[in-house]
Design a protein around this ligand. Structure first.
Ligand code: ADP
Length: 162
């Protein structure tokens, strides 16, 4: 049986922390579906299609990675795709508290679902999409934190906003 996991998220923007989780997941799963949440509660800087395009560029040489997007509930998306494993990255206790609640809610909505957590690698533990937005807004460089394609796109977007 093919072992598939969904790595869902806002990916606004995708960071090296996200990439690291997907790469490590590929050692455990036969396939990873990177699923972009279209309607997040946060106001995104990148549109869902821009996030999908960047993730497709990042993972273009990864045969076992599929990039997709979903609207509405993750549990409904997983059920529709007949996938029963969700993989989420954990950086710290506040991630854990949020993830714990989300996992229980998703399990209630779709009882067959199993939600797995992967610890971040130390060097990515500080990395978040919001930190990246802040760094680039104030003229910093994304090297070692984001893919060059992400940096280029974000800089374009921030330039337009000025
Ligand atoms: P969401 O808005 O759904 O939390 P994010 O794009 O912020 O989406 O994160 C998607 C997933 O990636 C989450 O499980 C998050 O905890 C994880 N993640 C984000 N940054 C890192 C990182 N630096 N290391 C490990 N996991 C991370």
């Amino acid at each position: 049986m093919c072992k598939i996991a969904i790595c869902p998220g806002s990916f606004d923007p995708p960071t090296d922390g996200h990439i690291n989780i997907v790469e490590r997941a590929l050692k455990i799963f036969d396939k990873v579906v990177v699923a972009v949440a279209v309607n997040t509660t946060k106001v995104p800087i990148l549109t869902a299609d821009e996030r999908v395009k960047l993730l497709k560029e990042i993972f273009k040489n990864y045969k076992k990675v599929e990039v997709d997007k979903f609207e509405g509930l993750l549990a409904d998306y997983a059920r529709k795709r007949k996938i029963i494993t969700i993989l989420r990255g954990i950086r710290n206790m506040s991630d854990y508290e949020y993830e714990y609640q989300m996992a229980l809610a998703n399990k209630t909505l779709y009882p067959e679902l199993e939600i797995l957590f992967m610890m971040t690698e130390g060097k990515y533990s500080h990395l978040s999409s919001s930190i990246i937005k802040e760094v680039l807004t104030f003229g910093g460089e994304g090297k070692g934190m984001i893919h060059p394609a992400v940096e280029k796109k974000l800089k374009e977007k921030l330039e337009k906003k000025r």
